[in-house]
Design a protein around this ligand. Structure first.
Ligand code: CA
Ligand code: CA
Ligand code: CA
Ligand code: CA
Length: 387
């Protein structure tokens, strides 16, 4: 049995979801969908050596006037404390923060402040709040079908108050396993095989689905970093299906700025697969992969700590929810805006991949929206909270 891509059939099946799930569970596991032999066909910028972060770091420090005062302040302090230097047992008070710029609320934080410029164009990095003049710079690319990504301006949908406004500036990224702009058409049945790659069982590096340990994640045991998927959350979702199709990604390479210990970004996830193919092998997935010294794996979850795939529990806004009004997902489901924060090490080279794909076949599409990348003062294991 083949999953129907006919909206007339879809409406019929909506009336008979139980019958469909039974029928489909026994019929779709055939080898015709397996594409394990297909190598990754993405042409990616090998940008590791492209050191976009250096200029940003230097720029922040040099434009932050008070930072330049630190050296002088420390010197002056030494002189002023002349009498105290008699006390040899007590080390001198040192305010010298080296090259780190001042930030009013945290003298140890050098995270570059964001600069917004997505009012002027549809550059995906600008949409995220990156690569604006005077702001944080990264090496960022989109890899996927031309029809599978677009930059949306303004609120998504028609709910009041808006459920999906831009979280930074005026625009955000819409990335889909189908034709991305279709999310703007209320009630639409979004189901297209598109020109994005179909990697099958061979996801582009560094993505791997195998976890690092039966019980510990990489926060429990940092020696596990680099040995697999640090959160241990993806394997079980991936194993429910038969490989990835219509794979699209945003990939960022950058050096972590000095004095910067984390980053955050916001996303939401929607799927046409809900409700009819919920809890089947058509378990479309979204993964935010961080490749760093502290973590190699998924960093984005729902409020319950589940990964972001159809079956894992993304159930914030259900069919008919006011929040979904005015979108193609109004009879489907989606998450709220969610904020993921992850820890990184100042000066290290990191890679971040935001990836979405259809699982098992290439129809009944799934869409994510992405916005508001920020460098943060705080680090730690990845956490996702409502936006
Ligand atoms: Ca934006
Ligand atoms: Ca729909
Ligand atoms: Ca598709
Ligand atoms: Ca799908």
């Amino acid at each position: 049995m083949t999953k129907s891509n006919d909206p007339r059939i879809q409406r019929l099946l909506l009336l008979l979801p139980g019958a469909l799930l039974l029928a489909c569970g026994g019929g779709k596991a055939g080898p015709d969908t397996a594409e394990g032999g297909t190598p990754g066909v993405l042409s990616l910028d090998g940008g590791d050596e492209d050191d976009g972060g250096v200029g940003t770091t230097g720029g922040t420090g040099s434009t932050d006037g008070p930072g330049a005062d630190e050296g002088g302040a420390a010197d002056g302090d030494t002189a002023a404390d002349g009498p105290a230097s008699d006390d040899a047992a007590e080390p001198p008070v040192v305010f010298d923060l080296g090259h780190l710029p001042d930030v009013p609320t945290n003298n140890n934080c050098g995270a570059p402040l964001p600069v917004s410029c997505d009012d002027a164009d549809t550059d995906p990095m600008h949409a995220l709040g990156l690569n604006c003049p005077g702001g944080p710079q990264v090496d960022g690319v989109y890899n996927g079908g031309v029809e599978a990504m677009f930059i949306h301006q303004g609120n998504l949908g028609t709910s009041a108050p808006p459920a999906y406004p831009p979280r930074e500036g005026e625009r955000f990224i819409v990335m889909s396993t189908g034709i991305a702009t279709q999310i703007l058409t209320p009630g639409m049945f979004t189901s297209s095989g598109v020109s994005s790659p179909d990697p099958g069982f061979a996801l582009p590096a560094p993505l791997v689905m195998a976890g690092v340990d039966a019980t510990d994640d990489c926060a429990d045991d940092p020696t596990l970093v680099g040995t697999g998927e640090c959160s241990n959350t993806l394997q079980n979702q991936w194993n429910q299906g038969e490989g990835a199709n219509d794979y699209a990604e945003i990939r960022i390479n950058t050096e972590v700025p000095a004095g910067t210990f984390g980053f955050s970004y916001e996303f939401a996830f929607f799927s046409e697969e809900y409700p009819i193919y919920f809890e089947t092998e058509f378990n479309d997935m979204y993964v935010a992969w961080l490749e760093s010294e502290q973590w190699t794996g998924n960093i984005s979850f729902d409020e319950m700590g589940n990964p972001i795939s159809l079956n894992a529990g993304f159930l914030d806004n259900l069919p008919g929810s006011p929040e979904l009004a005015g979108t193609s997902m109004d009879q489907n489901a989606g998450t709220k805006w969610l904020v993921t924060t992850g820890g990184v090490t100042p000066g290290e080279q990191i890679e971040i991949v935001f990836a979405v794909w259809d699982l098992s076949d290439d129809i009944w599409d799934t869409t994510v929206i992405l916005d508001n990348f920020l460098w943060e003062c705080e680090g730690g294991p990845p956490v996702t909270i409502p936006g």
